[in-house]
Design a protein around this ligand. Structure first.
Ligand code: ATP
Length: 575
């Protein structure tokens, strides 16, 4: 956690002010019982009304000063803690943004969400406590002991007995409670995971009538979290009354033995009252420390989880000095590229070599799992190659900045992702400063105009979270328009026409042709009709290239291609 606290640098002055204010507040709290003892022993005993009014007024002044300090300190420490939470969320978000797909796979979305929200809240809450109690509790405790001893030393043994008992109770509680706190965050993760899967998969769950089953799964995770929370709260429920019991017994003991001493004439009533107040302050400060001891380990668990995200070594990082790309635009070359997903036995791609240049259409075809999307993942540097190299415009993608690389690419992913916002905003995602005309043109080419203008709000039609209020084909067309608006050097269409009907597919490809004529285009497709006109077809089979060439060439030379074609086209079409 200390590591995280280093991020608080910009709040140094604020924290220093809080410390000073709390210091003054503790001093005022510690001074009040002594003043009260004076009123009782000197003012009341001597019936000196003037003295009572004078000291009473002074007490009011001290109490008011202490209260003002406490209010300002609480305000400032809360402000600091909330700011700290914001910094942490920013840091985690920025780090996660630079994660490669591998790191996402490794940690998982659910836990990343918990870590950015719940774990940060834990740290935020404990920061307020640390800021206030870390100073006040030890100061009050030590100051209270000194002040109490000044009143009377012979009653000190009551505290000597009470404090170890208090610590024993605290120790026992922490021993049982701490492991449960650690488990708590994991259980929240689990709940998040189940909930996320349930929400994103709601259609499938309903279609397969798995609602009951999913409910049971959620109930299990929910009940599991509740059981753990109940155990934790049970321990806490015992702790508080136990502490109060010790405190009350201490007061009774002090009154009892103090009364005996007063009877003997060796102690004054005011001193006893002050001593009791100091004892209460000391025990309360210990209680505060206990709260800290309880909260800090819990927050420590969260801190470890946050640090795990912040300290994750990134697989894909920009080179210290990125190479400038020469004037070439859109040249792509794979040189003996092999790649294996982390943890996989078999390589997903093996010894892939080809090149493509502007004005060319390269199609990639192959069975499911043959490595088509993987090839694209390497071109966009979502993953790094295991051996060989991927060159874009003559420069290895690992030697250029990711930003520069991706600025060259217009990418239409296999799984369409739209963001909440209007249709226009989604298309503009490809080019922030796009004009209205550019948006309309991109939509026109992507064959989206017809359905967009049919909507009441047209381009201002709101897209629901995850794009659930438009059809699969409409989503694909918006996603294509988003890529087209970039006027990219390289276009990648990963199975992007699959949700389009035959007519729209043909119209779209006809409109697309002049638009992307000067770019290097890659189309991944399952259907031969989509790839047959390509300048180059790469046939992938189990991660290896089993043939490269035009439709005609491959029919003669590549057995895998012939099989794909035979399974899709009729004899006449083949002839
Ligand atoms: N993130 C991943 N981690 C581990 N293995 C993966 C991952 N993604 C894909 N694979 C594996 O790599 C191989 C190639 O997958 P890829 O997604 O490139 O196939 P594809 O040809 O695009 O398939 P499809 O046409 O079904 O989309 C498959 O065997 C797949 O199981």
């Amino acid at each position: 956690m200390i590591k995280l606290f280093k991020l608080l640098k910009q709040y140094t002055v604020q924290i220093a002010v809080v410390i000073v204010l709390l210091f003054v507040q503790v001093l005022s709290d510690l001074y009040l019982p002594t003043l009260m003892a004076d009123i009782v022993d000197k003012g009341l005993a001597n019936k000196d009304v003037n003295y009572i009014i004078k000291i009473g007024g002074f007490m009011l002044f001290i109490a008011a000063g202490g209260t003002i300090c406490a209010i300002i300190a609480t305000y400032l420490s809360s402000k600091t803690a909330v700011g700290f939470g914001k910094i942490l969320r920013e840091k985690i978000f920025a780090k996660v943004e630079s994660f490669s797909l591998h790191e996402f796979d490794k940690l998982g979305t659910a836990t990343l969400i918990t870590r950015t929200t719940n774990d940060v809240t834990q740290i935020q809450q404990v920061s307020v406590l640390i800021l206030s109690m870390m100073i006040t509790a030890p100061l009050t405790c030590i100051g209270g002991v000194i002040m109490a001893l000044q009143q009377d030393t012979s009653l000190a043994w009551v505290l000597v007995v009470a404090i170890p008992i208090l610590f024993a109770i605290i120790g026992l509680t922490l021993k049982r409670g701490l492991p449960l706190f650690k488990v708590m965050q994991e259980k929240i993760d689990r709940l998040n995971l189940v909930l996320r899967e349930k929400l994103t998969g709601i259609r499938v769950i309903r279609a397969f009538n798995r609602i009951e089953k999913e409910r049971v799964r959620f109930d299990e995770a929910n009940a599991d979290l509740m059981d753990n929370a109940i155990k934790v709260n049970l321990i806490m429920a015992v702790l508080m009354p136990a502490m109060m019991l010790i405190m009350n017994l201490t007061t009774v003991a002090l009154v009892w033995f103090g009364a005996l001493r007063i009877d003997e004439g060796s102690m004054q009533i005011g001193s006893l009252l002050a001593f009791i107040q100091y004892a209460t302050q000391i025990l309360f400060s210990l209680l505060m420390l206990v709260m800290l001891f309880i909260m800090v380990p819990r927050a420590q668990v969260s801190a470890v989880r946050i640090n795990e995200v912040l300290d994750t070594d990134l697989d894909i990082i920009d080179p210290e000095k990125s190479k400038e790309v020469n004037d070439e635009r859109g040249f792509v070359e794979f040189k003996e590229v092999s790649f294996r997903y982390p943890g996989a036995d078999q390589p997903a791609l093996n010894n892939i070599t080809f090149s493509a240049k502007p004005g060319e259409l390269t199609a990639i075809i192959g069975g499911t799992g043959s490595g088509k999307s993987t090839l694209i993942n390497l071109m966009t540097r979502f993953y790094d190659v295991e051996s060989g190299s991927v060159l874009v415009d003559g420069v290895d993608v690992r030697e250029m900045s990711q930003k520069a690389l991706r600025a060259k690419i217009g990418f239409v992913p296999q799984k369409t992702v739209l963001f909440s916002g209007t249709i226009a905003e989604n298309i503009k995602y490809g080019k922030q400063d796009a004009t209205k005309e550019e948006i309309e043109h991109a939509a026109q080419v992507a064959q989206a105009t017809e359905f967009v203008t049919g909507l009441e709000a047209g381009f201002d039609h709101p897209i629901a979270q995850g794009g659930t209020n438009v059809s699969g084909g409409q989503k694909q067309r918006i996603s294509i328009a988003r890529a087209l608006i970039r006027k990219a050097e390289i276009y990648i269409f990963d199975d992007s026409f699959s949700a389009l009907d035959f007519k729209t597919d043909a119209k779209l490809r006809a409109a697309l042709k002049p638009e992307i004529a000067n770019s290097t285009v890659f189309i991944i497709a399952q259907s031969v009709s989509t790839v047959r006109d390509a300048d180059r077809i790469i046939v992938l089979d189990e991660g290896e290239i089993s043939g490269i060439g035009t439709h005609k060439e491959l029919l003669n030379t590549c057995k895998v291609y012939r099989e794909i074609v035979a399974s899709q086209l009729s004899e006449e079409e083949l002839a």
